[in-house]
Design a protein around this ligand. Structure first.
Ligand code: F3S
Length: 66
């Protein structure tokens, strides 16, 4: 599984960070540090958090790629 954060959609709601502060790190401006980086591999222990973050991002900025 991979996850990507659309840099144009992420508005810094930080719900992803609230769900997993280890996997969804924020940058210095409070946006997802993953935005615009392209697909990132999701370690097995973070797969559930990635799915939960995808479902909870109000901007639909998080996409799961199977
Ligand atoms: Fe951005 Fe959505 Fe997270 S807006 S900071 S990807 S909850």
């Amino acid at each position: 599984m991979k996850v990507q954060v659309d840099g144009d959609l992420c508005s810094g709601h930080a719900r992803c960070w609230t769900i997993s502060r280890k996997f969804f790190v924020l940058d210095g401006d409070g946006y997802s540090a993953m935005r615009g980086q392209g697909p990132v591999d999701v370690p097995a222990e973070f797969e559930e958090a990635a799915r939960k973050a995808e479902a909870n991002c109000p901007e639909r900025a998080i996409q799961i790629l199977e």
